[in-house]
Design a protein around this ligand. Structure first.
Ligand code: ADP
Ligand code: ADP
Ligand code: ZN
Length: 225
């Protein structure tokens, strides 16, 4: 009798701040049952909890720089050990440096895995500053919204009915520009890393949220079946 080998999918969403990584990862979680793994969310949780890693990360995040590879890799490894990630993950905001990409390749190789698909969300820089500056999330369930592009109906969260929303302290125009520069200098080169590995796909993420989701689902479905 032949055994069916089910290797969990490892998807990466690449793209600058505001490209739509978090929005799309949450949608894929709902539609395809994958787990979103956002290093930004994990780091913000560490900052809020006041852990040593969080305390070291706080000022770097506020300045729009990158938290050290060492801290990010430790946080990511811990999260990847949790049982719920065994059915497949969407990495949102990781890797962001060459060192992180190589560490991920090694970590996956330990269990005979590799990156299934790295999708580059391609956008214009100036539009990204406006996306970041208008971003807010539901304080209760974390659903993402935008002042112009995705407003909560009648001021209440479409997902949970919550009426309180929060904004990130780093989501201002100045820090957004700094984060874009950081992206171009340190993260955009990873596009070539994944092209070389034969797993890169490019997606026009200037389209509206629904159109990006449609294109993304078409790319992802074949690799998770
Ligand atoms: P990222 O995780 O890449 O930083 P988000 O998913 O948080 O980006 O999106 C940034 C902001 O832009 C949010 O306010 C979100 O509602 C909005 N947004 C996301 N995708 C689009 C899109 N395709 N068109 C317009 N606005 C978008
Ligand atoms: P965005 O999607 O808007 O770029 P994130 O929530 O992914 O924002 O990240 C917020 C901040 O957290 C980044 O500006 C950076 O300081 C830090 N961060 C998140 N992920 C990483 C990572 N993989 N490596 C280094 N720093 C990170
Ligand atoms: Zn909500």
């Amino acid at each position: 009798m032949s055994e069916v080998c089910t290797t969990p999918a490892v998807l990466i969403l690449l793209g600058p701040p505001g490209a739509g990584k978090g929005t799309q990862a949450r949608m894929l979680e709902e539609t395809l049952g994958l787990i979103q793994l956002s290093t930004g969310d994990l780091l913000r949780a560490a900052v809020a909890a006041g852990t040593p890693a969080g305390m070291a990360a706080k000022s770097v995040m506020e300045a729009g720089g990158l938290v050290s590879d060492e801290i990010v890799l430790e946080i990511l490894r811990d999260r990847m050990m949790q049982p719920d990630v065994q059915s497949g993950v969407i990495l949102d905001g990781f890797p962001r440096t060459d060192v992180q990409a190589s560490a991920l390749d090694l970590l996956l190789a330990e269990t005979g895995q590799g990156v299934s698909l790295a999708i580059s969300l391609e956008v214009d820089d100036e539009a990204m500053v406006a996306r970041v500056a208008g971003r807010h999330t539901c304080a209760k369930c974390g659903e993402g919204y935008h002042d112009t592009f995705k407003r909560p109906t009648n001021g209440a969260c479409d997902k949970c009915g919550g009426t309180e929303f929060k904004r990130r302290s780093d989501d201002n125009a100045d820090t957004a520009r700094q984060r874009l520069a950081t992206y171009h200098a340190q993260t955009a080169p990873l596009i070539a890393h994944y092209a070389g590995a034969g797993v890169l796909r490019r997606l026009d993420a200037m389209q509206d949220i629904a159109a990006v989701s449609r294109d993304l689902t078409r790319m992802v479905e074949p690799v998770i079946r």
